[in-house]
Design a protein around this ligand. Sequence first.
Ligand code: BG6
Length: 485
Amino acid sequence: MSKGFPENFLWGGAIAANQAEGAWNVDGKGPSVADIAMYRPHLNVEDYEAHQTVTTEMIERAMQDSDVKKYPKRRGIDFYHRYKEDLALFAEMGFKALRVSIAWSRIFPTGEENEPNESGLKFYDGLFKEMKRLGIEPIVTLSHYEMPLALSVKYNGWAERKVIDDFVKFSNVCFSRYKDLVKYWLTFNEIDSIIRHPFTTAGIVPDRCPEGKVEETIYQALHHQFVASALVTADCHRIIPGSQVGCMLTMLTTYPNTCHPKDVEITLMRNLHTYFYADVQVFGEYPPLIETMLEQKNIHLQMEPGDREILRKHTVDFVSFSYYMSLTESAKEGLERASGNTITGVKNPYLPSTEWGWQIDPVGLKISLIELYDRYRKPLLIVENGMGAVDQVESDGSIHDDYRINYFREHFKQMKEAVEAGVDLFGYTSWAPIDIISAGTSQMSKRYGFIYVDQDDEGNGTLQRSRKDSFYWYKKVIETNGENL
Ligand code: BG6
């Protein structure tokens, strides 16, 4: 008899404020970096870096542009006004947990005010209280691609050390205000993503970095985020006894394309780089090989005397991560590549892909769980996993999304095997339980939800919510604690 998922396993879903709430300029909220993210349906991941490069001029132009169609995250799915209805649907599915983020610029519109914005705080009071009432445990991310735009404009975002203080102030306000409602906290969503999209993750505008120093600036900003993460981990433990703080990693498990030692070597280095970000937050120090890599790249981090001590003392309680697909790497150039979550890899002939070209690899999730648990020996939490797809609404309003059910079923089977192999996994929140705006392309048509939202890419639609086939399927999974897949 298999033992299956632990009792009290946190089944649920995950969303981010900037992709769901909308109401971008309501009740005192300041603009965030997400509010100037453009609708880019034809984003080619091969050119990801070029597409991600935000210029000072683009920011200025966007701030004068009131056309919400171009900037869909400004409208989201109006979760801000409809969260009660949405939470009721999550509760109907039996959710034990919901991961959300707090929009920093709702609380501190420019990041630098002395006093928080009370209306912003009230919104999250309402949200967390309603979750508690429904028996849904909040898992809250403090920074999910939505820092106040003003901090980017004024300081080039996290490039400036002072932003650590602004973030600590914001986090402390959240801990004090929600201490009776929220036990699980994540500091930075996909902290590693700063390398792939420095503006979205850290407000860094390359044309404002010192000449020839863009990469160094990015690593410096990352260092500031590591220090900030450690500081707020300590604060959280102090302000909320019994709280649990996690780091959050994009799990980019990478396979060698062949057993050629050069392929294995390049893959090893890539995986070491993936782990680096969690290594710092779990082990409390930079891995020596990464320090050497930085030196070889002529990257010199400015550290203050106490920084290493701060990192060492305040490590995280658990490791959370997103997993969408695996990657493959080769030392050979010119091989066909497949796109993934803001990154590409060599095409893996054994794997099918989503409509957006992300390769579907359930076994890769089991491999990731085993690798992460063996490396860190910390409880694990999967906080993002899912597939973006175009859904077809039938004339009777039903949506038959077998592809999504199959995706989840296969991933859950692998999760279960990992748990049975001894991995300490305490929860799973799918991305995203309700259709929201895509982070990468700002499309609405790239749908992840069990719940359909009637809105197209242009923002037309009633915003009415409806249940897809996967809604009923996931409800059963939760009811049977994953026994009935
Ligand atoms: C993760 C992000 O990297 O990928 C989410 O944390 C995002 O914010 C998710 O939505 C899926 O990416 P996309 O571009 O399909 O929305």
